[in-house]
Design a protein around this ligand. Structure first.
Ligand SMILES: Nc1ncnc2c1ncn2[C@@H]1O[C@H](COP(=O)(O)OP(=O)(O)O)[C@@H](O)[C@H]1O
Ligand SMILES: [Mg+2]
Length: 408
């Protein structure tokens, strides 16, 4: 039987975050993982902030907004992001609103603050910080990390921290005289408790960022289904997560039709999925990939989810860090941006063609088994730059862009 390894990270819980498009299987895989880790002996908490209450449905239990025991060593919690937001943010929000509606605020700053629609995600993550700090659990599994572009919520701690800092220094310098000149400049002065709660919030956001970026504590795991759309979305998630400095240690392809399905109706699907799987292997390299088959009915209830966990992890400990490193690296200096992408090729192979289509780069490589196309999603900054060079060095593809506007 699998045993719990020595407690890691000097009492810090292990944090496993599942991301992927809606319906790919985040909730059920989070539950399956939790059932596996709890059976090994880890005190495990599964966390969801999905308003659809999918955790309760999957575990066939009523899950509330405080940890609810589901089975031995296993608890689940359904975070209410609105409640969390009110708890943490009400004082600041009230003041910010009045601040924004007043004149005299630097436009870009006001814009940045006004465009924070993902606040609820942020506060769900803040709850994670609280739970991690309390150290009541060995493993915390989150099933609701939004995918793709929305992944920037994980970056919010840093972004929000820096905005807040700007605000604090700006407001701090005027706070003393603000009350006197308030009628003149039309900016409402913050009350003392605004500062107190702002400083508190920044501290917690910074702690959250530390936890998320700690490769020994946090792993992001991407879940995809075997279809082209889902694989593409995952590629982008991988690019963004390395941009944001969050370690992805595993990819899971879920809902694969088993080959034993011997029905002509599905034979095309099976072929198509095979193609997608080999595409995923080239795209996600060198990230390890696990596969989970499509069960013959909805993956639901503790017994079935346990089976899912066993199929997925067999006799492994799911808390292990499957991979450290980054399939993408982004180096930017002066007016040049270089993407370094790990690829399953060698220097012997030749780049045939590099083509840019929209926000993606298609690199055609001539290999022993014919041409292989590697699709690379581009970060937003590269979109206004010009492709200057592409070369293959061992298992790395280096692509450089120059910013023509700055060169002048
Ligand atoms: N491998 C699988 N076999 C059968 N049904 C699955 C499988 N994975 C997920 N499902 C079903 O697909 C639906 C979506 O899964 P869910 O975990 O809720 O997705 P997400 O949380 O990513 O939105 C659920 O009804 C779930 O039971
Ligand atoms: Mg879900």
């Amino acid at each position: 039987m699998l045993r719990m390894s020595d407690k890691k990270n000097s009492g810090n819980p292990r944090l496993i975050l599942y991301t992927g498009k809606g319906g790919t299987g985040k909730s059920v895989i989070a539950c399956a993982t939790g059932l596996k880790t709890s059976s090994i002996g880890y005190k495990t908490l599964i966390v969801s902030s999905d308003p659809a209450h999918t955790l309760g449905d999957a575990l066939e239990n009523r899950i509330t907004d405080s940890p609810t025991k589901v089975s031995e060593n296993l608890w689940a919690i359904q975070i209410d992001p609105i409640k969390e937001m009110e708890k943490n943010y009400a004082v600041i929000q009230e003041w910010l609103t009045s601040l924004l509606s007043a004149k005299g605020i630097e436009e870009t700053l006001a814009y940045e603050i006004a465009s924070l629609p993902g606040m609820t995600h942020l506060f769900a993550l803040l709850k994670i910080e609280e739970l991690a700090r309390e150290k009541q659990f060995d493993v915390i599994i989150l099933d609701t990390v939004p995918s793709g572009e929305a992944l920037k919520y994980l970056y919010f701690p840093k972004l929000f921290g820096s905005i807040s800092r700007k605000l604090i220094s700006m407001v701090g310098s005027i706070a003393g005289i603000a009350r006197v000149i308030e009628p003149l400049i039309g900016v409402p002065a913050p009350k003392k408790e605004v500062f107190k709660s702002e400083v508190e919030l920044i501290k917690r956001l910074e702690m959250l960022a530390d936890i998320l970026k700690n490769i020994d504590i946090t792993s992001l795991r991407v879940i995809a289904n075997p279809d082209a759309f889902s694989i593409e979305n995952t590629r982008r998630t991988l690019m963004l997560s390395s941009l944001y400095g969050i370690n992805v240690d595993l990819a899971i392809i879920n809902k694969i039709i088993p080959e034993k399905v011997n029905d002509s109706y599905f034979s095309n699907w099976i072929e198509l999925q095979k193609k997608c799987l080999s595409e995923a292997e080239a795209s996600f390299y060198p990230l390890p990939i696990k596969k989970l088959m499509l069960f013959d009915s909805e993956l639901k209830g503790i017994e079935m989810l346990k089976r899912g966990g066993d199929e997925l992890f067999i006799n492994e400990d799911p808390t292990k860090i499957y991979f450290k490193g980054s399939p993408f690296k982004i180096i930017s200096k002066e007016n040049e941006l270089t993407l370094i992408v790990k690829v399953p090729f060698t220097s012997k192979e030749k780049i045939n063609e590099v083509e840019r289509i929209g926000d993606e780069l298609l690199v055609r490589v001539n290999t022993e088994v014919g041409d292989v196309v590697k699709v690379i999603p581009l970060p937003t900054v590269a979109l206004r730059m010009k492709l200057s060079r592409a070369k293959l060095l061992n298992d790395e593809l280096q692509i450089s862009f120059v910013d023509e506007y700055e060169r002048k």
